[in-house]
Design a protein around this ligand. Structure first.
Ligand code: ADP
Ligand code: ASP
Ligand code: MG
Length: 404
């Protein structure tokens, strides 16, 4: 039995006419003799609206109720798709996360999938019925509705592809595939034909929201082929696959960026062992993810400045934790919310010397000052002023020949 999982994103199911278009795509796979499992997002804008409503009630809206609330968007779209297929005379059935069931941990608003019970959907598939599964949601062992984090319908789809041993998972979205950079930031972005799991994982976690990062990690672990393509027009899309299958790497595969980082600098911290641990311990205990870190060595070896980045939304919490921390002393705290992280990603840099220099040189030629740097085997990230972001993307896109 050839199984395929098809996932449709928010804009792909954004209107009733889009839902009709999506149904045609689903039926075209059925015609090719696939057993089709569909995963859908909420109609575009819906999840954001629901979140706004919760925030009008409280900035710390109860996470259990948040999950019941925001998961409702997917309930609408899965019913509409299934209803459309039925109205065309096909057999279909909608499934909410708990009806599958997709069992998750208790980490409300950002849960991980622990287990998928395949029995119900297998039964449906064997009867030739097309299941339309609500993405982004599951149920905890305590029977509470959970959600999997923003953009996580991708995660639902790729996890189902694993549990059903699907031949592939197709992610339908509003762009032609994974592009060298977000086309909204740079018009000359080009479609990438094939990209390795490792590069896609870096791109997603460094800000390219075309794929949600947990989903890429899941695909990587299970070696699931993922095809990202447009639901709006016929195009080949991008294949996310094993590194071995990819030939002709460019030095740099893609450029990612973020807009929601904040930079915190602690000026005049005592330069002695244990201080960094004292600063970051309460942050980690409160689930605040610290990203880039730099510590300047003081000339007199007595005091130092510690700079780090966090997500913008965690700024107030972080500053409070630092102010209430009695474990270390500092002179003052500086906060900059107008920063962006700009990253270049590519397995090609492992074997090519001088990539860091070329990146810094290209930025400096454009008078872009680098605030913080971090690197890994296949990526280099720099923190820059947000107002320099578009200029920086263009400079790097050109420098690494991605325009052609
Ligand atoms: P969906 O609702 O289909 O899941 P998303 O909005 O989550 O769609 O993701 C698609 C969007 O991701 C695109 O419209 C594009 O602006 C953005 N994006 C960011 N980086 C990239 C990239 N490298 N390639 C393609 N799209 C990107
Ligand atoms: N609807 C959810 C969101 O907007 C999940 C998704 O679109 O993948 O985050
Ligand atoms: Mg998405």
């Amino acid at each position: 039995m050839k199984i395929v999982v098809l996932k449709f994103g928010g804009t792909s199911v954004g209107t009733i006419s889009r839902i009709k278009k999506v149904s045609k795509i689903i039926l075209s796979f059925k015609k090719k003799k696939y057993k089709v499992i569909v995963v859908t997002s909420a109609m575009s804008g819906m999840t954001n609206n629901l979140i706004k409503k919760s925030l009008k009630i409280s900035k710390s809206f109860d996470p259990i109720e948040y999950d019941v609330l925001v998961s409702s968007g997917e309930q609408i779209s899965c019913a509409l798709i299934s209803g459309q297929l039925k109205s065309l005379g096909h057999k279909s059935r909608s499934f909410l996360g708990w009806q599958v069931p997709i069992i998750t941990d208790n980490n409300h608003t950002n849960a991980k999938i622990d287990f998928v019970n395949v029995r119900n959907i297998k039964k449906i598939l064997s009867k030739g019925i097309i299941p339309i599964v609500a993405g982004f949601q599951g149920i905890t062992k305590n029977g509470e509705v959970s959600t999997l984090g923003r953009g996580a319908s991708d995660y639902t789809a790729i996890t189902l592809a694993k549990y059903f041993n699907a031949e592939k998972c197709v992610i339908f979205t509003d762009v032609d595939g994974v592009m060298t950079t977000d086309p909204r930031n740079y018009k000359k972005a080009k479609k990438i034909k094939t990209i390795s799991y490792e590069e896609m994982l870096e791109m997603s976690s460094l800000g390219s929201k075309v794929m949600q990062s947990n989903s890429v990690q899941e695909a990587r672990l299970n070696r699931t082929d993922v095809l990202v393509k447009s639901s709006f027009k016929e195009s080949e899309g991008t294949l996310i696959t094993k590194r071995k299958k990819i030939k002709n790497h460019k030095i740099i595969t893609g450029i990612s960026s973020t807009k929601n980082d904040a930079k915190i600098t602690l000026v005049g911290v005592k330069d002695k062992p244990g201080v960094a641990a004292a600063i970051f311990k309460p942050l980690s205990k409160n689930n605040i993810n610290v990203d880039m870190v730099v510590q300047n060595i003081s000339a007199d070896k007595k005091e130092t400045d510690v700079t780090f980045t966090i997500k913008n939304e965690n700024t107030i919490k972080t500053v409070n934790l630092i102010k209430n921390n009695k474990e270390f002393k500092y002179d003052k705290i500086l906060i900059d919310k107008n920063v962006s992280k700009l990253s270049i990603i590519g397995v090609g840099m492992i074997t090519t010397p001088g990539v860091t220099y070329r990146m810094f040189q290209a930025l400096s030629k454009n008078k872009i000052n680098i605030l913080v740097i971090s690197t890994s085997e296949i990526k280099i990230s720099v923190l820059i002023k947000q107002s320099n972001l578009k200029k920086g993307i263009e400079a790097l896109h050109k420098e690494f020949n991605l325009d052609n």
